[in-house]
Design a protein. Structure first.
Length: 229
């Protein structure tokens, strides 16, 4: 179907007699990208916050319009995602880390990410600073522990989940933590993590010992002695 580009409203009368029904009389060549296009081109990832939307050149009203249209989902307070984003097993991690930005993915969730053991936690396990306020209840189930002192940074590395920046404990740190928090995760889980991480050569005894020197765990030392390592 032909498109008629009209530079001035008065010029429209010149085309009335020749325009077929339903013809597009607008000229979009110089129009700015639609809000949804701007959002996609901003490269925000599957999840994003209103502040990031503003940096992409959209207003709060435009964001609300996209939510009403169903192209953007409001998944939690202050957190949005593209409705057509393909779901992955890291969706919950992305949502949790976006909701609690000053946190560290740890314990069972870190085991899952590192593919150590067989745990598939229903909650997202996060560590927060010792004196930080606990996150409010939300759609995402969280298991919260607290790190302080050297535990906050030792063996913690940057990560990204569905475009959301995060921090996660390394494989060696994760195994050590399973013994440090054995009462929370269970002795069987800790032993499984130790055996599987060593079998897959995802950690070495030297790496475990290096972490354990700073974050002591008698249970881990006893387990290594039992395994005659």
């Amino acid at each position: 179907m032909p498109t008629f580009c009209v530079d001035h409203p008065s010029a429209l009368t010149d085309y009335v007699g020749i325009m077929p029904p339903g013809a597009d009389i607008s000229c979009n060549s110089g129009d700015p990208p639609a809000p949804l296009d701007r959002l996609r081109k901003a490269g925000l990832g599957a999840f994003f916050r209103p502040r990031q939307v503003g940096e992409a050149g959209l207003t709060r009203d435009q964001l609300r319009t996209l939510v009403r249209q169903g192209t953007v989902e409001h998944v939690a307070r202050g957190l949005y995602r593209m409705a057509d984003a393909e779901p992955t097993e890291h969706d919950s991690l992305a949502m949790a880390c976006a909701r609690v930005p000053k946190s560290v993915v740890c314990l069972l969730s870190a085991l899952r990410v590192h593919e150590i053991g067989t745990q598939a936690p229903a909650e997202v396990w996060l560590a927060i600073p010792h004196k930080a306020r606990a996150p409010r209840p939300q759609a995402i189930r969280l298991a919260i522990v607290r790190f302080s002192g050297p535990a906050w940074d030792l063996g913690v590395t940057p990560a990204t989940f569905e475009g959301v920046p995060a921090r996660i404990t390394s494989p060696a740190r994760t195994v050590v933590d399973c013994f440090r928090f054995e009462r929370l995760v269970g002795a069987e889980v800790a032993m499984e993590a130790l055996r599987d991480s060593l079998d897959q050569i995802k950690v070495t005894v030297a790496e475990l010992s290096s972490v354990e020197e700073v974050l002591p765990s008698r249970r881990l030392r006893a387990a290594l002695d039992t395994m005659s390592i």
